[in-house]
Structures are given as structure tokens and as C-alpha cells.
Design a binder for this molecule. Sequence first.
Ligand SMILES: C[S@@+](CC[C@H](N)C(=O)[O-])C[C@H]1O[C@@H](n2cnc3c(N)ncnc32)[C@H](O)[C@@H]1O
Length: 465
Amino acid sequence: MASEITQLSAIIQSSVQDLLALSSTNGWSLPELNKPFDPATQTFRADPDGARASAKIIAAAMQLATTLMSPKQSIVNTCVQGPLKGAALRVCLGSHVPEILREAGPEGLHVKKITERTGSRIDSAKKIARLLRFLANSHLFREVKPDVFAHTMNSSVLDVRKPVDEILANPSAKHDGTPGFVALWEYTLDEAAKSSSMLLENMTDPRTAFSDDPILSPHQRVFNHNLSTYDWYELPENDYRRRRFSTGQTGFVALAGSSILREYDWNALPKGSVVVDVGGGFGASAKYIAQHAPHLQVIVQDKQEVVAAGRQAWKERDLLESKRVVFQGHDFFTPQPDNKAAVFVLKNILHNWGDSYNVCLLKHLRAAATPETRILIVGAIIQHVCPSDGSTSDSGPLLPTYGVLSQAQFMLDIMMLVNFNAREYTQSALAELLLQGGWKICAVHERDDIFVETTGLELVVASPI
Ligand SMILES: C[S@@+](CC[C@H](N)C(=O)[O-])C[C@H]1O[C@@H](n2cnc3c(N)ncnc32)[C@H](O)[C@@H]1O
């Protein structure tokens, strides 16, 4: 039996050859770390074979490096340095270094000039140099000459792509109208990082340890308030954070997409059947369903203020006029209106609430259901980091989750814990929750390909018990 190091190195070698052969056949150009991000170098990710080969290289190379590092190096690299590195990046984002370096071009900029351009928010070029050097050692920015920094492929993606002067003139609007990824990362480095620093205290204080009350999460402890996180955003002093969170959510919804809804057989529903998108936000799923199944009526339920804004922003006015799409104000912790729903959609809802809240919501849906009603739960399903049936893995020496490739789901789960006292569910935990609410799982549609880079949503269908 070959050693683990030999097996990992064989996976890397054969997958590199596969990737190079595919790129030469298909004419792909591959990424270069020291150049700004170029979407043309990412074509291989959209091809299932290219994505699979690169995923195997990444998982095996990370595992090989982890095997060969000393345990101390590995612990520092994977975890211990995280808060400090996150803090370094947060300063760079908060002082617009990615945008300043884009305007400076490939030659880069001396830290003194970077500091001048930050609008004097950062008082010391020497401090900025130390932060950038820390990040450059992980290929996030590069030091082209002593104290002169430029972008790498990865750091260039941190740029919101607005002129620096525009950002400095109206910093609160920095993320407005952007795709939302930078907003999401900055939110994580700020609110989630600060909240996570108090997780141990929250989990050991008897006042909070056994509660799933959303106003007893680490977020309230750290930011010293007793409001739900959503209500806290409405305070005038949180204007920037509210706008950033809202843009970040748009980015998350775009990343997670509605396409998994195609797995459900909408055409099997009789004409005129009603689909209720519970907590449907601005109607992204409703739009998908209305366009793919014109014989159905879709009701988007959310809080009054959200549906009012969603109705106003909705572009396909004919769908509203014909009532094929209806916005309905409704609090999902109260009894359901009599909509005679054939299907309830719960997309990215259960992960915002603790179990007792979700059971309450599910019971209200159960009370309004007929025996034929189904719930579609769309969200991340957390994998166990071992083969699902407890047998040996068919991924060889690699983790069945492919390690770093599936990291986002675990991060999201802990983010829900620290910010909302909530969770992402494993399939068995979800089955248990549904049972308490009067439902059982009748089908699970996993996302097509774990190698394709998305946050990864699954579709679970539940029927009444
Ligand atoms: C994470 S978003 C998901 C939105 C949408 N389902 C999607 O996937 O794009 C959660 C939604 O739940 C809504 N929400 C929160 N509390 C609610 C309540 N008590 N009743 C109805 N909707 C609520 C929020 O306004 C928000 O639109």
C-alpha cells in the first residue's frame, strides 16, 4: 500500500496532466497569481472535467502540505492566525487599499502614497506596510519592491470597482450597487469576527448557553444591544452596516441562485395550483417559478415593509397585473392565511432561526396544509466529514468533503450561530426538526457537482405526517 504522501502526489500529478491536456484541447488560458483577476482564465471552472481536475489538485495539494507541515505550523496556519489576518484585511478594505492599488496599476504604490490616498483615515504608512506584508505572504497583494505593493489575482477581487474619489466622497455608499461579495467579506471580518470572539463566553454563560433566542446570540453580547440583528440594523448609527449587509445578501442570493428549483417537477402540479414562497424577500424564487411554470400562481410572503419594497422593485409588471405573482405581507410565526397552497417554499429561511422558532413556523404550515401539500426546503445541507454510511471513502486519501472546497458550508453554519443563534442543518437534524413540526422528508435533491464553486444549495421535499 503506497504511503499517503505517494497517493496524494499521484493524484496531483495525474490531475495536473488532465487539466493541462484539457486546457490545450479547449484553448483555455489558466490563472496567473501575480496578475489581476481575468475572467477569461476561469473558463476551466465551468467545464465539469476541468472543475473536477482542479478540485482534486487543490484538495490533494492542501492535504499534502498539511501532512508535511509541522503540527505547530499547521495549527497556526489553519486557525490561530485567522483573527489577526482577518483584522489586517479589514483595515485594508476599510481604507480602500484594493481600489487605490487598482488605480496605481501593475507597478504598485509606495505605502506612503497609499496612506496619503486613504484620506488620512489611516495615520501610519509603517502600520499599513506591516499589514500588507502579512497578507502578501499568502499571495493577497504582493510586495514588488520594499514597501511598494501591487495587486495579485486574489487581492484584485477585493476591489469594489468604484473610483477612489467617489468612495471618499460618500463612504456609506461604498457597497451600494456592487455585486456584493466584498460587502459579504467585509461584513464577516467585522460583525461575524467580533461576534465569534465571544462564542465561548456565550456558550458557557447560563443566561445564554441553553437558549436559541435570537436576541441572546454573541452578536448582542459583543455589540451590546438586545434587539434582533435585523432591528439593530435599523438604528441610525448602523446605516453603513445595514447597507453593507443588504448588498452582501444580494450577493449571497446571486451566488446561491434559484436554479436548484428546477429539480422539482412543477409540471406535475394541476393548473392554477398555488405556490407560497414563505419569507420570499424580493421574489427571486417567485420569478424563477413563474417563468418556468406559467400554469401556477406564486404568492411571495414576507414582512409588510419587505413585500412593499419587493412589489415596487418587481420589473415584470404583467405578472403582477395578471395576479400570477402576488406579494402578501405575513409574519411566518403566525397562522398562515388560507391560500390553499400546493407547495410552500422555504429558501434560506430555517438557517436564520433556532429550532424552537422553526418548529413554530413549520407547525403553522402544517395547520394550513392538505395531505398533498409539500414543503420545498432550499438551503445548505451540512455534510459529515466522514463517508456517509461509515464505510471507507471512495475519495481515496482525500476527505469525502474535499476539504477546502466545501469550507463555505461550515463557515456559514458558524456564522449563523454567532449572529443569529441559529444553524445550518445536517440531513438527519433537518429530518428531526421536520418531524417536530409535523412533516417528513420525502425526497432530497443534492446539487449536481460538489466541484463547481458555489455556496451549494440542496432541495429537500417534505410531506405532512
Ligand atoms: C435570508 S432571507 C431569504 C430570502 C429568500 N427566501 C431568498 O432565499 O432569497 C430571509 C427572509 O426572511 C424574511 N423574514 C424574516 N422574519 C420574518 C417573519 N417573521 N415573517 C416573514 N418573513 C420574515 C426576511 O425579511 C428575509 O426576506
